[in-house]
Design a protein around this ligand. Structure first.
Ligand SMILES: C[S@@+](CC[C@H](N)C(=O)[O-])C[C@H]1O[C@@H](n2cnc3c(N)ncnc32)[C@H](O)[C@@H]1O
Length: 206
């Protein structure tokens, strides 16, 4: 019998992200090309990230759209992605910024002893096996008072995939002392359209 967890991981693992890379930014919330969508994400990010320039680790950074917004807001960004095609696009997007993009595994990023003020992960955790263990590892990558910024959701209605906010909140209980969930479903500017599925951000301070 396939349980919910196995189902969601299988759905994410099936995606060929190298093949997806070329058209990835065509979706409004991926490429952030429309000024109003870009502005909506920039405003949210500004409210989630520290006011002072911080070290931000963007795991599963894709083409680097959120990394670029963070860099534009004065933060030092390290992106990590397992798809070389995504890494190449992110490097091009972040050229000239205070940013590096590494090829590697989000669950065990190749950052050595480096520690960060923020671990930022959008639409990636739901695909990783054993998210509880992964969250525990990400916590070790943070400096004291650092924060996990996780943007996730449950997508689709017939065969929904993703991770519900209440499940992620429960997984964070052992690793974070303060967990805040912000609902994102009701802001069409973020997605370039109206959505009725569950989309949210979690800000967790360790
Ligand atoms: C849905 S995209 C999200 C990209 C980016 N975070 C964003 O919000 O625009 C998922 C990304 O995670 C990457 N990815 C998936 N599994 C990964 C893993 N285990 N380690 C590193 N990157 C992974 C994919 O290559 C892809 O770029």
């Amino acid at each position: 019998m396939t349980n919910e967890r196995e189902h969601t991981v299988a759905a994410g693992a099936e995606v060929d992200w190298d093949a997806e890379a070329a058209a990835f930014d065509d979706k409004p919330d991926h490429g952030l090309r429309a000024p109003e969508v870009r502005a909506a994400w920039a405003a949210r990010l500004r409210s989630w990230l520290p006011e002072r320039p911080a070290d931000v680790l963007d795991l599963g950074c894709g083409t680097g759209s959120l990394s670029l917004l963070a860099a534009e807001q004065g933060h030092r960004v390290t992106g990590v992605d397992r798809s070389w095609a995504m890494v190449e696009r992110a490097r091009a997007k972040l050229a000239g910024r205070d940013a590096v993009v590494l090829h590697g595994e989000a669950a065990a990023p190749p950052v050595g002893e480096q520690r960060y003020d923020v671990v930022l992960v959008r639409h990636v955790l739901w695909m990783l096996p054993d998210p509880a263990r992964v969250l525990g590892h990400w916590r070790t990558l943070l400096r004291p008072e650092g924060r996990l910024l996780l943007v996730e959701g449950v997508w689709g209605t017939l065969s929904p995939v993703g991770i519900p906010a209440d499940r992620l909140t429960a997984l964070l209980a052992p690793v974070a002392r303060d967990v805040r969930v912000e609902r994102l479903s009701d802001d069409p500017l973020l997605w370039g359209r109206t959505v009725d599925d569950e989309r949210y951000a979690v800000l967790a301070t360790v």
